[in-house]
Design a protein around this ligand. Structure first.
Ligand code: AMP
Ligand code: MN
Ligand code: MN
Ligand code: MN
Length: 281
């Protein structure tokens, strides 16, 4: 019997990933994954291409998007799965997100000018065309200009709160984003909960709000969680009655730590998110 392999969080060059959807899906297939979701930041523009390639290879591609939101003072990412990509309300909201990204990218470019990088926005725009520029695009430019050796170093010194190239963003509230997802018949998953640097108490408050406002699942296994965090998140998913999701957050080889086909299995007490759609069939 073939064991289903899931990876419900990854990026293509329609946001800050390095592969085109078609190339990405081929890699997904080679890694032995049979169900995956393309979850670019605030855009669904790559989903159709990914689904087309997945159909050719006989694997399942769920529609997805990773939406940036704000909860208290923290930027929280919500992965929306199985959304109706034709839903006009969601499409409108994602256009607004792109506008927010564009304005931030232009402000960031001005900040980067102060530390010696000229015309960062124009330089990256030339490469990425219609894609909205995110921090990872600038990170690459900074590496090329000798500002640091890898993404980790660049983010630490330039692109995070309090650092010279950082510009805060007015993301919509967690509550608003959950409402968009619900309207588009999607399943809302809290992305990489271990990454937000919240205290145990704050994380519980976040999970309470998330659940009350329509959240369905949380990532338990993701590349940035160590084994202790996987255990902690498994317990919390149980306690808050949230389904457990699995996603690499793959952006391309050698750039971030995430690899395809290398995630550990969900701890046995978890209720996997895929039971949700197999039960409701
Ligand atoms: P943005 O959505 O434009 O604010 O950029 C966030 C993205 O930057 C994340 O999705 C990652 O791809 C990348 N990123 C954030 N922090 C780091 C880090 N410490 N190291 C490497 N990549 C990072
Ligand atoms: Mn990213
Ligand atoms: Mn994220
Ligand atoms: Mn991601």
């Amino acid at each position: 019997m073939t064991v289903a392999r899931f990876d419900l969080h990854m990026h293509s060059c329609f946001s800050d990933g390095f592969l085109a959807p078609t190339e990405l899906v081929s890699k997904v297939f080679e890694a032995g994954i049979t169900t995956f979701a393309l979850t670019d930041h605030d855009t669904i523009d790559g989903v159709r291409e990914a689904q087309k390639q997945a159909a050719l290879l006989g694997i399942e591609c769920l529609s997805g998007v990773e939406i940036s939101s704000k909860w208290r003072d923290t930027e929280i990412h919500i992965v929306a799965l199985k959304i109706d990509i034709n839903n006009e309300y969601l499409q409108e909201k994602l256009i607004e997100q792109k506008q927010r990204r564009r304005e931030r990218a232009q402000l960031m470019s001005k900040e980067l000018e102060k530390i010696g990088i000229k015309n960062a926005y124009e330089k990256v725009k030339e490469r990425v065309g219609p894609v909205e520029i995110g921090r990872a695009h600038y990170a690459k430019l900074l590496i090329e200009n000798g500002y640091g050796k890898d993404f980790q170093t660049i983010f630490k010194h330039y692109l995070t709160k309090g650092k010279p190239g950082y510009v805060s963003n007015q993301w919509p509230s967690l509550k608003e984003v959950l409402e968009w997802i619900t309207t588009a018949n999607g399943i809302a998953v809290l992305a990489h909960p271990g990454r937000y640097k919240l205290t145990a108490n704050q994380l519980k408050h976040l999970l309470t709000n998330f659940k009350n406002e329509g959240g369905v699942a949380m990532e338990v296994v993701t590349a940035s969680h160590n084994s202790q965090q996987i255990e902690q998140m498994a317990k919390l998913s149980d306690q808050f009655q949230l389904l457990a999701s699995v996603g690499s957050d793959f952006h391309g080889e050698g750039v971030h730590a995430a690899k395809l086909g290398a995630l550990s299995l969900l701890p046995s007490q978890c209720r996997p998110i895929w039971h949700y759609w197999s039960e409701s069939k």
